[in-house]
Design a protein around this ligand. Structure first.
Ligand SMILES: [Ca+2]
Length: 122
């Protein structure tokens, strides 16, 4: 084996060992999220990985909450981005990004009141 060939094999080996994890590793959670929200609005559906990631594999605030509390209804009462709108309202009612404090509805819903709960399930 020539020196060039040995160097090429060593470089290829290093590249395989240092390869970053692929997004495919997270497709199970993404699919679970989509199963929880089968009728999610198109803008949120189109965000794809950006619903939970700032840049794969780094998580945004909503992704951090999913990691901490699990996906689906368990975190709908949280306000991951701190904009005053719960994740449930953003995803199910307003069609806004639960990880972007600059993207929210017009009127925050107080889910602690009966009228607030009705708005979440209309
Ligand atoms: Ca938001």
């Amino acid at each position: 084996m020539t020196r060039t060939r040995i160097a090429a094999v060593a470089l290829a080996g290093c590249m395989l060992l240092t390869r970053p994890p692929t997004a495919a590793a997270d497709t199970g959670l993404r699919n679970a999220w989509r199963a929880d929200y089968p009728d999610v609005c198109a803008p949120l559906y189109d965000l794809n990985c950006a619903v939970c990631h700032t840049s794969v594999p780094a998580l945004n605030a909503y992704g951090d909450d999913i990691l901490a509390f699990g996906d689906g209804p368990g975190i709908e009462g949280l306000d991951s981005d701190g904009d005053g709108y719960t994740n449930g309202q953003e995803i199910l009612v307003d069609c806004t990004n639960p990880a972007d404090a600059g993207d929210h509805g017009v009127v925050p819903v107080d889910a602690a009141t009966w009228s607030g709960i009705k708005v979440l399930f209309r």
